[in-house]
Structures are given as C-alpha cells and as structure tokens.
Design a binder for this molecule. Structure first.
Ligand code: SDX
Length: 433
C-alpha cells in the first residue's frame, strides 16, 4: 500500500459532535480503502461487516478483479490471455514470482515442480485408513494436513528456502494426492508420477492409466485440463484463500494452512458448487422443469439456490465461465459426446438471464457453472470435481500465503464482534435452577 494517504474521510459522532479523520489509501487499480486500524482506539467502536462485503483484509499484488466489468487479472495479465496462451506452470510461476518466466526460468521451474511430484511412500498408508466411499475431499483434508508430519525440513515459515521448498512440494504433490484419492475409491492401484509428462498430462495419467495397458494421452484433453487448472488458480481474497491467510497469520505451517483452505473450499457455496451444479442439473433433468427450479431459486422461503450462478464480486459474467463454456464445446466435440446436461445448462442460463430476479441482482454464471460438464465428459466422477479445484487453487493459496508471510507488517488475524449475549450474571447452583 502507498504510504501517503490520498485523502481522508471524516467520521462525526452526531451525539458528542466529535470528528475523526480516517486516512484513505489508493491501490494501483480498483477501489481505495479507508484505513480503520485506529478506529477502535480513537472511538471505542468496531466496524461491522459480517461476510466482509465491504472489507479489504490485506494488501495484495497477485490478483485483481473488477466485478462490474467482469475483469480478472493475475499480476496484470488477463485471464483469457493466460488461458489462451500460457500453460498452468507458467501461470503458477507468475503467481508465485510476480513476472512471467523466461524460457530458462520456465524450464527450471517445470523441472523443480516435476521432481517434487512423488510422495513419501508411507503416506500411501493413510489412504487405507479411509472407507473406500469416503468423499475424496475428506481424504485431501487428511493427507495434505499429514504432509507436515513428513516434510520436517520445510516447516520453518521464516526461512525463505524452506518456504520455497514447501511451495514446490504443495504445488507438485497435490495432483499425486488427488489421483491417489480417486484410485483408492475405485480399488485400483496407485500410479506414480512420470517425469516426462507435463503437469496436466501427469495428472490425467495418474488418474486414468492402469498397469495392464499403455495410457494414450489425448492432447485435446490434456490442454483442456491445463486450461481448467489455469482458470481455477487464484481469485483474490475468496473464502478459502482468506482461510489460508488467517491460518497462516498464526504461524501455522504451510501444509496445515493449505489443509484449512481445502476444508473451506469444500462448501457448496464455494468450490463445492461445481459438484452441486452437476447434481442440480441431473435433478432438473429436463428443460420443461427449468421454470420450476428458477421459481424455487427466487423463493426466499426455499433454501434452494441456483448453483453455479451468482458471485460476491462479479456483477457481470465471470470471465472464467466464458472460457469454460468454450472449452466445454471443444471437449465434447473431441470426445463426440452429446451431453443433454450441456443443452440443459445453456437453456437454464438463457432463461435465468431473462428473469428479473437474476437480472436485478446481477446474477450471472460463475466459474462452476460449466466446469462439471467438461469434467464429467473427461471421465471424472462428480465427487472429484472440487478436488480438481483444490489442485489448481493450491498455487494461488501458496502465493497468497507467501505474500502474507513476507509482509513486514503482517500480524495475527483476530476480528472482533458485536456482542448480543447476556451481560455479567451470578452463577446459580444446579439445585436452585
Ligand atoms: C466460487 O469468492 C470467490 O472468488 C469464489 C470463487 C473463487 O474462484 O474462489 O469465484 C469460486 O466460490 C464461485 C461461487 C460458487 N457458488 C455457487 O455457485 C453457489 C450459488 N451462489 C450463491 O450461493 C451466491 O451467489 C454466492 C455464495 C456465490 C455469493 O453470495 P453473496 O455474495 O453472499 O450473495 P448474496 O447472498 O448477497 O446474494 C445477493 C442476492 C440475495 O438475494 P436478496 O437477499 O438480495 O433478495 O442474490 C441472491 C441472494 O439470495 N442470490 C441467489 C443466488 N446467488 C445470490 N439467488 C438464487 N440463486 C443464486 N445462485
């Protein structure tokens, strides 16, 4: 944040007539912030913003979102450019280091990630402790958290070398851990990573190859996988990233912080929405029933929401959803799949975007609306959809965690509250209650 306030906001207490000047700081792009750090000390009042709808929690130079214009930039580069022209590890390098890599830097980065993809062999024992029908996100929470029991030489968050090693280990091992969760659920043997494959190719190989035959890589699918990873890599201070930052602010080790991020992502209002969209489309079943579900989504007394629609920040089309829809058509065409759920999704989008309830609230399809249809066509079970989101988002979580740890002004996150419970009262012995 720039050190000089660009202006001040003056807060006046109408009862006492006292005024308080609050400095305003400008970012490089986007909304300025009113610095309220002294508010409680000066006024004895907290700010109040459940859900953080109007609260900036940190400075960050990683990702910028203009929700009104539907713009998403990673270190200044537009998501559609990156999805079109970069590969996932190039974007990962950009998120972690702030600049696009040179060819030499990219080659070194790819090598370093590749040579961290294997897991300590004993970690495979953790899988056998789970039921075969455990949700793979439960396994991800457990196994990723357990990494801190194995990689003791990358736990010291104040050692830049150990932070770098932990970052590589997390980005590199997530696909391996995820693929093992899938293989375990279907009773097939684990596949080891292959160092001659790209990040996305390696993941598809570990997911779908079997020892009894040679796995044939489909370049259209591996490109689509790589692009899906790019679209999910980072997204400013969303719920799971904020969870990772808050966990990291206490000095917790990076593996524990990422496990916390995975847990937060699992919710259907967040990363779990891609799984919820597929289940919703399957439940709707036919175009004739769309109106019934739009009515349910509009009904305040009905908890049902249109999954894959709406966003805290985007009040325009999520730019990732556009790329995702294009990729959806490419993958289904390549596979020769005619998925009625795609037609259903497109009809649902059309009708929702013509409905006053959605138009007035600026509810558009988000990144999760089409992703599940692609993943289903590629052979992923619905239960793996959020796992893939976690695999891709790990580099964003790590980049944001690293930025926080390296911020000299960093302190433990500890919000306050508006207390609405009882005031002090005497203890009453149980025989007198
Ligand atoms: C992700 O934050 C990120 O960046 C997240 C993410 C990332 O990359 O990290 O982009 C990934 O999580 C995408 C969102 C995936 N979730 C879903 O698709 C679930 C369905 N969407 C909703 O649950 C909702 O839109 C949220 C959770 C995404 C956003 O919630 P907000 O900002 O708290 O929205 P809101 O509740 O303030 O909604 C405003 C109004 C409300 O109606 P009113 O009270 O004004 O009458 O819009 C309504 C909401 O009821 N509304 C919906 C709706 N989304 C919002 N009504 C029906 N269906 C919906 N999907």
């Amino acid at each position: 944040m720039s050190n000089a306030a660009s202006k001040t906001f003056t807060l006046t207490d109408n009862q006492s007539g006292e005024s308080f000047d609050l400095p305003v700081f400008d970012g490089s792009v986007g909304p300025s912030v009113i610095d309220v750090r002294r508010l409680y000390g000066d006024t004895g009042h907290f700010t109040y913003d459940p859900g953080f709808t109007s609260t900036g929690s940190c400075d960050s130079a990683i990702t910028f979102i203009d929700g009104d214009e539907g713009i998403l930039l990673h270190r200044g580069y537009a998501i559609d450019d990156l999805a079109e022209r970069a590969d996932f590890l190039e974007v990962a390098y950009l998120l972690l280091n702030g600049e696009l890599p040179t060819a030499a830097q990219k080659a070194t980065f790819d090598h370093d990630v590749t040579y961290h993809t294997m897991l300590h062999e004993q970690l495979s024992n953790f899988y056998r402790g789970f039921r075969r029908d455990a949700h793979p996100m439960a396994i991800m929470c457990g196994v990723v958290g357990a990494l801190s029991a194995f990689y003791h030489d990358s736990l010291d968050i104040y050692d830049p070398h150990q932070r770098m090693v932990a970052s590589f280990r997390l980005v590199a091992k997530m696909p391996t851990i995820a693929a093992m969760a899938y293989k375990y659920s279907i009773g097939q043997p684990f596949n080891y990573p292959q160092n001659d494959l790209s990040y996305a190719e390696n993941f598809l190989h570990m997911m779908f190859s079997v020892p009894s035959e040679t796995y044939v890589m489909n370049p259209v699918l591996s490109k689509a996988m790589d692009r899906i990873f790019i679209l999910h890599a980072d997204h400013e201070q969303n719920a799971s990233t904020s969870t990772v930052r808050l966990a990291g602010s206490s000095g917790a080790n990076p593996f524990a912080c990422i496990a916390a991020g995975i847990a937060s992502l699992w919710g259907p209002a967040h990363g779990g929405a891609n799984e919820a969209v597929l289940n919703m489309l399957t439940e709707i079943g036919h175009k004739d029933r769309i109106a019934e579900y739009i009515k349910k989504a509009r009904d305040k007394d009905d908890p049902f929401r249109l999954f894959g629609f709406g966003h805290r920040v985007y009040k325009n089309y999520d730019p990732r959803a556009k790329v995702m829809q294009e990729t959806c058509h490419e993958v289904l065409a390549e596979l020769g799949v005619e998925d009625p759920l795609l037609d259903l999704a497109m009809e649902l989008e059309k009708l929702a975007l013509e409905d006053e309830y959605f138009v007035s609230r600026k509810l558009y399809p988000n990144v999760d609306f089409y992703s599940g249809i692609i993943l289903k066509a590629m052979g992923f079970p619905v239960s793996m959809f959020t796992v893939l989101f976690a695999v891709a988002r790990t580099v964003g979580w790590v980049a944001q965690w690293k930025e926080m740890i390296e911020d000299p002004g960093q302190k433990i996150g500890r919000p306050r509250q508006l207390y609405t419970g009882p005031d002090a009262r005497p203890y009453i012995p149980i025989d007198q209650r």
